[in-house]
Write a protein that binds this ligand. Structure first.
Ligand code: ZN
Length: 237
């Protein structure tokens, strides 16, 4: 489905998933704006990657450069203040009694999309794009398809304007996410995502692996490594 005459707003954190979503949106929508949130995350370094990532994205295809609109950054430090999690505090990443990793930030995606929808309303945008995924994920309940579909309904009713939440990665595993990047932007895009995105929960930019930078041991690095290896195996066969 193409929406060449419509604008979209992409939630761009600076990680692999949201970067792939940005490429996906640039391939489909006539104008694409980006939105980032600063909520005091430990891996804040991912926010520093965003300008370079946007520049790199514009260089992948001339059409993408024409379509790429302004970037927005919102301060959500309140979220960091009310969240006692391993993403917002210097604590160890463990499993909680609720069976969720301690990196779960309650309400994060609900708030992100609500702010995104409010910004999109002002900008005359009805398409919101996010990299949430329930196939290869950490079990965060606010990444689930049902959560986001319910939120789409709530936002559409609450704003009295049609809001569509697109989650192109929802049913893709991490290997398929790399494959999608290759389909959208070839090796240039795969290389850009390897080099200029940060997925690591600790924000490690010192250790370089085949799949990019990261500590190599946190759950986010584990997922990214396994996905890259799966993609490499699939590309060889
Ligand atoms: Zn890591």
């Amino acid at each position: 489905m193409s929406h060449a005459d419509e604008p979209a707003l992409v939630l761009l954190s600076g990680g692999q998933d949201s970067a792939t979503c940005l490429a996906w949106a640039l391939d489909r929508f006539g104008r694409v704006e980006t939105l980032g949130f600063d909520y005091g995350q430990r891996h804040r370094i991912e926010l520093d990657c965003r300008p370079r990532l946007r520049e790199g994205m514009a260089a992948v295809r001339p059409q993408w450069a024409e379509r790429l609109g302004p970037d927005h950054m919102l301060d959500l430090s309140t979220l960091g203040q009310i969240s006692d999690t391993a993403l917002t505090r210097e604590t160890e990443i463990t499993m909680t009694a609720a069976g969720l990793p301690s990196t779960f930030v309650p309400g994060r995606n609900l708030l992100f999309f609500t702010y995104a929808a409010a910004l999109a309303y002002r900008r005359g945008i009805r398409h919101l794009v996010g990299g949430m995924c329930e196939t290869d994920y950490s079990g965060y309940p606010d990444c689930r398809d049902d959560t986001l579909k319910a939120l789409q309904v709530a936002l559409t009713l609450g704003l009295d304007r049609r809001v569509t939440i697109h989650t192109p990665l929802m049913w893709r595993d991490k290997a398929a996410t790399w494959a999608l990047a290759e389909t959208l932007g070839g090796t240039a895009l795969v290389d850009l995502i390897r080099e200029d995105t940060v997925t690591c929960y600790l924000g490690d930019r010192r250790h370089r692996h085949d799949w990019g930078y990261g500590c190599g041991t946190c759950p986010a690095c584990e997922l990214r490594r396994a996905g890259w290896e799966g993609y490499e195996v699939a590309s060889r066969t």
